[in-house]
Design a binder for this molecule. Sequence first.
Ligand code: AMP
Length: 208
Amino acid sequence: MLIVLLGPPGAGKGTQAKTLAETLNVVHIASGDLLRDHQARGTDLGLQARSYMEKGELVPDDLVIRMILDRMSEESGRQGAVLDGFPRTLTQAEALEASLEGLGIDQVLYIAVPADELVRRLGGRVICRSCQRPYQQDSAPERCADCGGELYQRDDDRPEAVQNRIQVYEAQTFPLVEHYRSQGKLKELDGAQAIEAVTRDLLAAVAA
Ligand code: AMP
């Protein structure tokens, strides 16, 4: 089973993808988490991606496509995957479809959230340096409740980068909504609801 979670930055894709993958017993593959991990390890890819990520720009397609397809082939023995943050451009979507050799994506779940709510959420977000779990600053614990890691604000959650990320999303990623809708694969959910309500709607959409 291959599920793609689509939505703007701050829609809750990471949180929801983790729960969905655990519930469905498939692997969670998050392009942003993988890229931050490359940066933390100081790999060539991490170094190449850094300047784009800091500004809230997309990392070039060829780099991201190679990273995700490699990761998917490592997990090819598993029951399936939830892709979170990939694809983000039509070129990435086409590369993904080509790599699947006719097997295809089962469902694309689109978590829709209005822009003003995204700015509020991203501006108040801190994440764990180890496991990348997000928290809202005003209700965050001292350290990560899951792994005890240090919490920090991502460079690209600062106000200048947030505006750019939302614009980049609208220009480059939002067209994927129509792309998948026209293939009859897209289900749209209201991501402005509480986390548990979004999870419930996502699970219902997968089961339908
Ligand atoms: P995220 O954690 O999904 O918000 O991603 C953080 C940043 O990583 C993005 O703002 C991009 O700079 C980069 N990134 C993540 N996924 C992709 C992708 N599929 N294509 C290009 N850049 C990406």
